[in-house]
Write a new protein. Structure first.
Length: 231
């Protein structure tokens, strides 16, 4: 091996090294070990790519949720300001704004569902990473390996452990975001229901009894989904 560029570990003996050889894996010993390392490297790359895609989805969903909440807050603030100054009962403009605010709450609910689905996928990735780590350890015990094989296995093991750390951080971030969003939804559904009564009467006030749902002519809150449980 001395004097050679890093060769493709999977190339047949005597074949020239390819120009795009992987610097992370060099020439190894027996065919059994080579095949095992090839599969482990492929599995580890798939794991890393999967985690990166899930992290990107989490960031995108969290950004969408933040935007929906900002729009919702602006709508509620505008409705409240008009009601504080006084307006006509059941003002159509405020009814439309109230419905738009309800739509944003629905969008947040859908976003939380996306986060819960993602949390389930990331939990599955944790199991995949654990299984991959077990396979790496088992490959250490295969006979016929050379020192370079074990160096390659240590590299794959280190990358797998980094992937497991990324998975752990992502699960923590997901659970924290899901909990925060469910708290937001629980609070704002009640606030929006009370605000519908205020739109109905054209001013700020406390709805009597159970609230706006039973008021004649009140803005009827659209059906809402139950908060998605924390993973």
């Amino acid at each position: 091996m001395a004097g050679c560029d890093q060769a493709n570990v999977f190339a047949p003996a005597g074949s020239p090294p390819p120009s795009n050889s992987n610097p992370a894996i060099t020439q190894t010993g027996t065919l059994t070990v080579r095949k095992s390392i090839e599969q482990l490297r492929s599995d580890q790359a798939a794991l890393s790519n999967g985690i990166a895609a899930q992290q990107a989805q989490f960031n995108a969903t969290r950004g969408q949720l933040a935007g929906d909440e900002r729009t919702y807050a602006g709508l509620v603030s505008g409705i409240t300001a008009r009601l504080r100054a006084g307006t006509t009962p059941g003002n159509p403009d405020l009814v439309n704004q109230w419905n738009a605010a309800q739509g944003k709450l629905d969008a947040v609910t859908i976003g939380v569902g996306t986060l819960n689905s993602l949390a389930s996928q990331v939990t599955t990735q944790a199991s995949v990473a654990g299984y991959l780590l077990e396979n790496v350890r088992a490959t250490y015990r295969i006979g016929g390996a050379v020192d370079e094989d074990h160096r390659n296995l240590r590299a794959i093991e280190a990358e797998t452990r980094r992937s497991m750390q990324q998975i752990d951080r992502l699960i923590v971030d997901l659970n924290a975001e899901i909990g925060r969003e469910n708290t937001f939804l629980g609070r704002e559904r009640g606030n929006l229901a009370a605000l519908s009564y205020n739109v109905n009467i054209g001013r700020l006030g406390s709805p009597p009894g159970a609230g706006a749902g039973g008021q004649p002519g009140a803005v009827t809150p659209q059906p809402t989904r139950r908060p998605v449980p924390l993973q």
